[in-house]
Design a protein around this ligand. Sequence first.
Ligand code: GLC
Length: 621
Amino acid sequence: MLPLEATSALRDLPDHRRETFELRLERWLPDLRAALEPLYVDHADVLDRLVTLAASAYAARDDDLHRLDQRRTLEPDWFQRPGMVGYAAYADRFADTLAGVAERASYLTELGVGYLHLMPLLTPRPTPSDGGYAVMDFRSVRSDLGTIDDLRALTGVLRSRGISLCLDLVLNHVAREHEWAEQARAGDERKRDYFLVYPDRTMPDAFERTLPEVFPDMAPGSFSWDEELQGWVWTTFNRYQWDVNWANPDVLCEFADIIVFLANQGVEVLRLDAIAFTWKRLGTNCQNQPEVHALTQALRTVARIACPALVFKAEAIVGPQDLVAYLGVGEHYGKVSDLAYHNGLMVQIWSMLASRDARLASRALQQLPDPPSTTAWITYARSHDDIGWAVSDDDAAALGLSGFDHRRFLSDFYAGELEGSWARGLVFGENPATMDRRISGSLASLCGLEQGDPLAVHRILLAHAVILGFGGLPVIWMGDELGLLNDPDWADEPSHREDNRWAHRPRMPWPTPPDEHGIQGAIRHLVQARAALPHLHASVAAEVLDPRDPGVLLVARRHPLGPMVGAYNVMPEPRHVPLSVLRDLRLDVGRLVDHVTGSTPTIRDDAVQLTPYAAAWLTRD
Ligand code: GLC
C-alpha cells in the first residue's frame, strides 16, 4: 500500500507513468524493507517516508531522464562495456566553470571518454574545505563554478555526447557551516542528533583506543571540541568536517532526498565518499561495519524506484577482504554499489614499478575475491588523493618480505630518497607513531618524467595499459594523458599550503601542449584498442596468474569468445611470456595477435618476447 502522500504526489501523472512507479515499487520494496529492519526501530515509518520522497522525485523527473531510466534498464551493463573509459577532474582546474566544462566536452569525446567524474562542486564551506569535501549545501553549486541550472545544462550536454556525469556525495560528514550543524550549534536538539556529540572525553577516549587517524599531521584525533556545542563532535577528517549520525533515520531520509535531487539534475553516478566510515561501533576501527551495506542498500533502492539510471560508486579505500562487500556480497548481492575503486591494483602498479617485480602484486591481486559479475572495478593509476601503501603483511610475508619494510621502501622510493629512484613525490600524512608515510605527486612525476628519466614515458604508458587492460571502468586522472608534472606552485594558495595533494591537482593547460612524448596519442590508441575487445567487458573476471617470469604480471580473461591474456613487463629490460601459459588457457599460439601493437607478437625460444616496460594484450587473431 502506498502511503497517502506518495499517492498524491503521483496523482497527476499519466497512467503509464504511475504504473511504472508501481511496478518498480513492487519489485524493490522487499529490498528496502530488508535494509531498514536491522537499522531502525521505527523502520515502517522510515519506509513510508522514503517511498514518499521517491514518489515526489519521480513525479518531478524530466521526460529526458525518464527516457534515460528506460534506456539504462534495457542496458544495465552500460558502465561495464569495454568502450567505457572515465576521466576525473576538478571542474575549475579543467575548464574554470561548469559552462567551461560543457565547452570542453569535445576534448573528452576525442579521448574516448564516456564517464566524467567532476570533483566536489556542491557549495562547500569557505576555505579550507578539503578540496570541496566539506559541503555546506548539497543543493547548490559552488558560486564561482556556476549554478544548479548550469549543472543541469552540463549534464544535458554530456548526455547528448554519451558522457555520464559522476558527482561526489559526501555522506560521512558535512561542513561545520552546513545548516544542520548551524542549527545544532544554535541549540536545536533534533539537529544535534544529526551528529555524534559527547559532553566529555569519556566516549571519545573509548573510541579512540581503536580508531586509526586519517590525517595524523593536519588533523590529529577523531573528535573536536566545539565551544558552541559545548561538546566533542566526531570529526574523522578535518575539524570542520562533522561526521553525521547514520543511526538517526532522519539523516538517512535527508540523504535519500539529496540523492534523488541530484539524480533529477541529470547526475548518473554518485561517488559515495568515505562510505566505509559511516557507521560507528565501539571497540572497532569504525570502518566497514555491516550496517554500512544496509544503509547503502536502502539508499540504492530508493534510487531504483525513483531514478534507476543512477548508479553508485563506493569510495572505500579499505583492505582486500573488506572491499568486495561494497559491490555486494551475501544478502546485499546486487543491491548496493555497482562500482568501487580498485585501490589494491593502483597500489600494486606503483609497487611493481619500484620493486621491478610482479610477484607480490600477483599474490595480492589473487587474494581479492571476484566482484559480482554485474559490477565493475574502477581501475586507476592516480587520483586526486595521496597514495597510501596498502600492502598487507600477509601478502608480503608469503613472499618472504616484511610488509613494514616494503611499505617503507615504497614511500622512500617515491619520495625520491633512495638511490636509483626516478620519482619526485612528496611525503603526505607522515605518522611518527606508526611510521606510515603516504605519497603525493603526479603520475608523470612519480614515473620519472620530471627527473628526465629516459624510461619515464614507458612507465606512464605501462601504468595506463594495466588500468585499461585489467577489466573494469578505467578512469584517467586529469592531465595524466598529457604527462603533466607536479605543479611547482601548488603551495601558493594559502589554504592549500598544508595539503601537498595539491601538487598533483594542476590546472589544465589550454590549448593542450603538443604531444611531445607521444603520451596522449598512445593512450588514445589503447582506449580504441580496448573498445574493440569484448574480453574486457567487466562481467568477465580478471584472473591474475602466477607469474612465470617474476618481471611480468599476467592477467587472463576467459570470455566465451576465447581467452585474452594481458602481459605487463614491469622491468626496464626485455622479459617474456612462455607460450605454455597461453596454451594452458587454450589460446591458439599459432594465431596470436597483440592488440597493443596491433600485430603478431615476437616469439622466440617458445615465448612471447616483451621489450622493457611493454604491455601486450594477446588474443587469437
Ligand atoms: C575521500 C576523498 C578525500 C577527502 C576525504 C574526506 O577520501 O577522496 O580527498 O579528504 O574523503 O572527505
